[in-house]
Each structure stands twice: as structure tokens, then as C-alpha cells.
Design a binder for this molecule. Structure first.
Ligand SMILES: Cc1ncc(COP(=O)(O)O)c(C=O)c1O
Length: 395
């Protein structure tokens, strides 16, 4: 039996029809299958492979750290240089008062920790979240998701959470003195790469400040350079109380983190102590990969190159069937005329060696989130396939 058959037989599936690409190896912007065919990656592991596949500096950092020491103790007890350096560097790069970082294992876990922190810090329970948000798949994260079709089978979820429409100023009246926090994706991903109106987050933050509620921004997808800044919120003149990150942070390794002020973060150490603990959070090999990734993306000219590639993509993605290209930086979504076109574009492009993917809720959308290191030539090649496939599709 080959690996593909074993995949369907022994490995639990998340949909009835996984794409089933058999991966041999991956490098730069390409994934190579078992037959040696190169697949140009316009998805980057759903925004996670920020610096491309097997970036040599990330590989070197991982190898060196693995040979030096791996897991030695639960996070928070010992001083482990990669984790310390990562947190220190983040503090240097983030605006005040965001100076203390808690490292965990995934984006979802970081969301859980952020929700817990907001409740413990404010001693309030009510949490507002964006309609059609996606923050992960655990009980807490699903409680701020608003997708009954996907969440009802697992209910009841956590109480005192309520959705507000994203970008709707009139909904901000729901932020009241009982509100612990508002949690939003800085750019809504699954909903269709919806960018906030220029003043929306600023207005929302003032409203939070007025009643003592916290603003939690989920930067798991837009963060770590994907929008052409280290964090997406930097485009909108706002500083959240808690920033949650993950995905591209690890350069292909699993990590999540939340950053807040030192005073707020001390809640986890004292009120109660051991308020959020995790065996592998701050893992030295993963932290070394994240530190190497951060060095690459915060290097000279990296963010401006991301913004130039966005402009190139926008020029190349002009076609009568493309109604809109939404998003920011290299977090873009093509909006087509109907869901069938989106579906066919993903499937037919796959046959031509271009990896595309769907969005969670917006079925007319196709995700374009390539590695941030993709070259102009690779962008040109991929977009040509997209245009040719769209030419071949019925209306
Ligand atoms: C905005 C956002 N939040 C949270 C998550 C969950 O992160 P993870 O899958 O690492 O747990 C994701 C993952 O897709 C995401 O895009």
C-alpha cells in the first residue's frame, strides 16, 4: 500500500476530500511531489511559511539549536536563550506598552490565553467578537466564531460572548462597562480578507478605553510581515492591549504567542499563579526558528518588497472574472463571480502546478498568500496560470 492509500486509511481527515498532494520536499516557493513535479505555492501553508520553504537561515537555526538542547523544562522555569531573545526582540519592535510576550504552541492556544487574560485582568466576563471571525478551533476560540453550522455540534460553548458586525460603527455601542474585551482579527481572514475602514479600529479602541474594556487583536494571519508591516495594526494607527500571533511567526514551525504590558501579563504568574501553563511553550528549537524568521523579515527593505509584490499581484490579477482583489500586502483574496468559479480555479490550477486554496466562509474567494519571499518572476508565472484557467471557465 502506498503512502497516499495509508493517508486515507490511517490518518484522520478534516474534510471528505483533502487535496492529497504527496509531498516529497519543499524549497523556496515550491513544493515537490513524489513524482518530482514542482508546485508553485501561492498559499504558503495558509500564511504560515512566511519566508518560503526550508529557508536556509531557519533550517540552520533549527539544526544548531536541536544539536545544542531541545526540551529541558516547562516554559517559565529555566532561562532558555532562543525564547528570551525572541521575546526581547519583539519588545524592541513593538509599540509601548506591548513589552512582554508569552510563547505557546499554536495560534488557537494563544487566543485561549488572551481570552483568559482579559477576563482575569478586567474581572469581567463579556466578550465581543467580529461576525464571521475565525480565531481557532478550541472551545474558547469557537465561542468567538459565530458559525453555528460548524460550532453547534460541540455546544454549549463558553457563555457571555456576543458577535458584532465588523466595520459597523453603530455596533460599538455594545461595548459597555461589563465588557472584558473586544477580540477582532485585524484583517478578517476567513470572512473574505476584509480590511478595516481607516478609522474603525481607532474608534473602537477609544470606546474600549472609555469603559475599561481591552482590545485584543488577532494578528495570527496578518502578523509577521504579511501585510508589509510587522503587524497589521500598524497600518491603522492603533495599539491594542493584547496582540495574538502565530502562523508565519515560526517560519514553518508551530508556534503561537501573545504580547501585552508587563503589568497585565503578570496576571498569569500571580492571579492565580500558573494561570496559563503549557509543557512545550517557548520550546528552544521552535523559538530559534521564530527568531531566525524575525531576523529575516525585519531586515532592510523586506517590508517594502512585500508591498511592491502586492502591487505586482494586483496588476497581474486583472481579468473580467475577477471582481475584486481584497486584502493587504501578500494577504490577498481574489473575489470571483460565483462559488463554482472559485472552486474550479483552485482545482484546475492545482492540475497546472499552481497551489491555491479556498477561504473559510467566503465561497466566491480564492486565497493568494504566497511566501513573502516569492520572486517577481514566480508571481508572474502563477498569475498567468490563474488568468488562463479563468479564460477556460464558464461564467
Ligand atoms: C486569524 C486566525 N486566528 C487563529 C487561527 C488559529 O491558529 P492555529 O491554527 O495555529 O491554532 C488562525 C488559523 O488559521 C487564524 O487564521
Amino acid at each position: 500500500m502506498d503512502h497516499k492509500e495509508n493517508f486515507y486509511k490511517y490518518q484522520a481527515q478534516t474534510t471528505p476530500h483533502p487535496l492529497g498532494l504527496v509531498v516529497d520536499h519543499a524549497s523556496g516557493s515550491y513544493i515537490y511531489d513524489h513524482l518530482g513535479t514542482a508546485h508553485l505555492d501561492f498559499v504558503a501553508g495558509v500564511s504560515a511559511c512566511s519566508v518560503g520553504h526550508a529557508h536556509p537561515e531557519v533550517v540552520r537555526a533549527v539544526q544548531q539549536q536541536a544539536a545544542s538542547y531541545m526540551h529541558v523544562m516547562v516554559y517559565g522555569e529555566y532561562v532558555q536563550t532562543p525564547a528570551v531573545e525572541l521575546c526581547r526582540r519583539l519588545a524592541e519592535l513593538m509599540p509601548e506598552p506591548l513589552d512582554t510576550t508569552y510563547l505557546v504552541n499554536s495560534g488557537t492556544e494563544a487566543i485561549e490565553a488572551a481570552l483568559k487574560l482579559a477576563r482575569a485582568w478586567t474581572k469581567r466576563q463579556k466578550i465581543l467578537y467580529g461576525k464571521r471571525a475565525y480565531h481557532g478551533n478550541t472551545m474558547g476560540a469557537m465561542s468567538v466564531m459565530d458559525y453555528p453550522e460548524r460550532t453547534d455540534p460541540f455546544g454549549p460553548l463558553i457563555p457571555h460572548t456576543r458577535p458584532i458586525a465588523f466595520n459597523d460603527y453603530s455596533a460599538l455601542d455594545q461595548i459597555d462597562p461589563e465588557t472584558a474585551a473586544v477580540i477582532l482579527e485585524t484583517i478578517q481572514g476567513g470572512a473574505g480578507f476584509i480590511v478595516p475602514d481607516p478609522d474603525y479600529l481607532k474608534t473602537l479602541k477609544s470606546k474600549c478605553d472609555a469603559v475599561g474594556a481591552l482590545l485584543i487583536l488577532d494578528e495570527i494571519q496578518p502578523g509577521f510581515g504579511r501585510t508589509g508591516r510587522l503587524f497589521g495594526f500598524e497600518h491603522f494607527g492603533v495599539v491594542p492591549d493584547i496582540v495574538v500571533m502565530g502562523k508565519g511567526m515560526g517560519g514553518g514551525m508551530p508556534i503561537g504567542a501573545l504580547t501585552a504590558s508587563k503589568a497585565m501579563m503578570e496576571t498569569f504568574a500571580t492571579k492565580p499563579k500558573l494561570g496559563h501553563i503549557t509543557t512545550f511553550g517557548g520550546h528552544p528549537v521552535i523559538a530559534a526558528a521564530a527568531l531566525a524568521t524575525l531576523k529575516i523579515i525585519s531586515g532592510d527593505g523586506f517590508f517594502s518588497a512585500v508591498l511592491e509584490k502586492e502591487q505586482l499581484l494586483r496588476r497581474e490579477l486583472q481579468h473580467p472574472k475577477i471582481k475584486e482583489v481584497r486584502g493587504k500586502g501578500l494577504m490577498l483574496a481574489i473575489i470571483l463571480e460565483n462559488p463554482n468559479q472559485a472552486n474550479e480555479l483552485v482545482l484546475r490550477s492545482a492540475k497546472r502546478g499552481l497551489i491555491l486554496f479556498w477561504l473559510l466562509y467566503e465561497d466566491k474567494a480564492v486565497r493568494i498568500t504566497p511566501p513573502l519571499t516569492i520572486s517577481n518572476q514566480e508571481i508572474g508565472q502563477g498569475c498567468q496560470i490563474i488568468r488562463e484557467v479563468l479564460d477556460s471557465l464558464d461564467a
